[in-house]
Design a protein around this ligand. Sequence first.
Ligand SMILES: Cc1cc2nc3c(=O)[nH]c(=O)nc-3n(C[C@H](O)[C@H](O)[C@H](O)COP(=O)(O)O)c2cc1C
Ligand code: SF4
Length: 451
Amino acid sequence: MPEVQVLSQRYSLSDGHTLDGYLRSGGMAGLRVALDMAPADIITLVKDSGLRGRGGAGFPTGVKWGFVPQDTGRPIYLVVNADEGEPGTFKDRELMERDPFMLLEGMAIAARALGCARSFIFIRGEYLWPGIRLEEAIAEAYTDGWLGKDIQGSGFDFDVTLHYAAGAYICGEETALLDALEGRRGQPRLRPPFPAVAGLYACPTVVNNVETIATVPHIIELGAEWFRSMGTEKSPGPKLFCVSGEVVRPGNYEFPMGTPAREIIETACGGMLPDRALKFWAPGGSSTPLLTAEHYDVGMDFESISAAGSLLGTAAMMMFSDRTSVVDAVLNWTRFYEHESCGKCTPCREGTFWLAQILERILDRRGREQDIQILDDLCDNIFGRAFCALGDGATSPIKSSIKYFREEYVQLIEQGRLPDHIEPHAGVVTENSGHHRPHSRPPARAGAHAR
Ligand SMILES: Cc1cc2nc3c(=O)[nH]c(=O)nc-3n(C[C@H](O)[C@H](O)[C@H](O)COP(=O)(O)O)c2cc1C
Ligand code: SF4
């Protein structure tokens, strides 16, 4: 399947981020159509398109919009999730930098469909440049009557507020995001009630990912059938794939859903780096179970990746060669989860700490015979028992790496060495290389693991 240019169509324009450039290249066509449509018809069209959320879970967007009650007498909010904290994911950043009006147009259409007059973009604090681009775009849109009162004389009022997040992975989880937006410490809420019924300020709220919302104008302009002409039956449409790791040309690439991983990597990305063979890869960010070279031909859609034993997640493909230690990569991610665990529930708060401890001691050549079993047991006591999906995600790289690369763990524990071809690099130290792996943190005090 060839590369497509729907969401990325303005990436090569020097002024695609300005209102002039946006309008000149066909922007706002979807909103013009939507302003003449009944809100319920917009929702039906998005349902018919089969668009599924691009934030990780793949929930059908039109169905989510349909859950919002219209008769509560309370305001309805739209919140765009621009937190983009999943390791390996950088598609929303480029979209906001290069085509901020596409997001604003999608928001206005979604708001019209939902009966919403005020919305928020929750952007991660580190995204300064995309934030500046959005601030400029919002200001231009207000000046030119694409936001604010009586948009383009349609009688439709709609306001957008950009909110910079303080910086925590958990604040990308939609209910923690809402708490953070309300000014509280970002921790997931108990559901039900779901945000569609009681979200921001206890009002009906839709939370959608940046890419999801940016896809909407195209569906409204070109129709559900056009959208379904790309991708697979259950995962239709174009999709941005973020590719990183040991490939020739890492970056964001747009392909129809269901395109085989091999095709994305070998064509758009120029393949793996010279003399490096694919060893393992994460298909959708570090929270998704690792796959191996044997899964290289799997289609990049929700169903195919799930059948292969993983998850499409954010479609952030992280590619690793046989020169990389899988145990070391897994430790790196596990440290991230340990650091980002919000602490609300015990399995994740305590479990991620111990997972990191055990992986560190294995890589420090202090591993014990029973450590693989302990890692496995710990994962089983976190997965499905943690309060939110962060806990589950933390176990994915560990369980899958043990499933496919148990030998590498065994070799480290029993012989204190990694396979010969693994290259030492910053953070990865092999017994064979003669380096010493520094302790990443002070040794734990007995019985104490407070952060
Ligand atoms: C720990 C965690 C972090 C998340 N981070 C993000 C994020 O940064 N951006 C995002 O869009 N969704 C993120 N999500 C998913 C959101 O909870 C939610 O499903 C999504 O924003 C819904 O949008 P969509 O339906 O358009 O995909 C995260 C979920 C979890 C559990
Ligand atoms: S699973 Fe982790 S991040 Fe989620 S609520 Fe529990 S402690 Fe917080």
